[in-house]
Design a protein around this ligand. Structure first.
Ligand code: 13P
Length: 247
């Protein structure tokens, strides 16, 4: 199957000092060679991370502006990210959808713009607990997928991150079977609505309370191609364990 992909989403955490220590830990960790590894620091620390982290690890942003830069107070443009050596951007994260209020259409436009400028996109999707309890998991996930599919020029540079909202930051990880079931559904959707080739090539990674103790079981599932890790990516040795859970 596709090359394993592990991203560390640091969210709004860290200081110059704590990040310097985390980078030292990552630089000295022994990482399986056949895994794409990406970390997403807060914008203000990207330059620090890029200049001190091993080339083995690529940098992602946690968001980007929807178009070319200009008079958009508080925003960061794709061009600026590229200027700092950033290769990826996380878009559609549940915290931006549900805390900040970003909508499907806006997220799709951001993805299309970032891709058109050559950034890779970690495209997040995932249902709320109430959606799952109402039996609407697939409906919600397919609608979010469609918002990307309607506008992206190509899927070559997209990794899909399935992150059930009820599993994020809660310690309630999806079971391997729960995650696998949705990953298969995502692939089926891509097969029917994009192409069989995109369905088989696109990496679908799981996020939500992944840690050093549960990653190996999840990684055994056929359709789990990696992880997007929040809290546990702030601890170097544990993040390395997750990276090395590739099977
Ligand atoms: P946690 O790993 O802290 O649950 O966060 C997951 C996540 O949101 C990664 O983007």
């Amino acid at each position: 199957s596709a090359k394993f992909f592990v991203g560390g989403n640091w969210k709004c955490n860290g200081t110059k000092d704590s990040i310097s220590k985390l980078i030292n830990d990552l630089n000295s960790a022994k990482l399986e060679p056949d895994v794409d590894v990406v970390v997403a620091p807060p914008f203000v620390y990207i330059d620090q991370v890029k200049s001190s982290i091993t080339d083995r690890i690529e940098i992602s942003a946690q968001n980007s502006w929807v178009g070319k830069g200009g008079a958009f107070t508080g925003e960061i443009s794709v061009e600026q990210l590229k200027d700092l050596g950033v290769k990826w951007v996380i878009l559609g994260h549940s915290e931006r959808r549900h805390v900040i209020g970003e909508k499907d259409e806006f997220i799709g436009k951001k993805a299309a713009y970032a891709l058109s400028e050559g950034l890779g996109v970690i495209a997040c999707i995932g249902e709320l607990l109430e959606d799952r309890e109402a039996g609407k998991t697939f409906d919600v996930v397919f609608e979010q997928l469609k918002a990307y599919a309607d506008v992206v020029p190509s899927w070559d540079n997209i990794v899909i991150a399935y992150e059930p909202v009820w599993a994020i930051g809660t310690g309630k990880v999806a079971t391997p079977q729960q995650a696998q079931e949705v990953h298969v559904a995502i692939r089926d959707w891509l097969k029917k609505n994009v192409s069989p080739e995109v369905a088989s090539k696109t990496r679908v990674i799981y996020g939500g309370s992944v840690n050093g103790g549960n990653s190996a079981e999840l990684a055994k599932e056929e359709d789990i191609d990696g992880f997007l890790v929040g809290g546990a990516s702030l601890k170097g040795p544990e993040f390395a364990t997750i990276i090395n859970s590739v099977t």
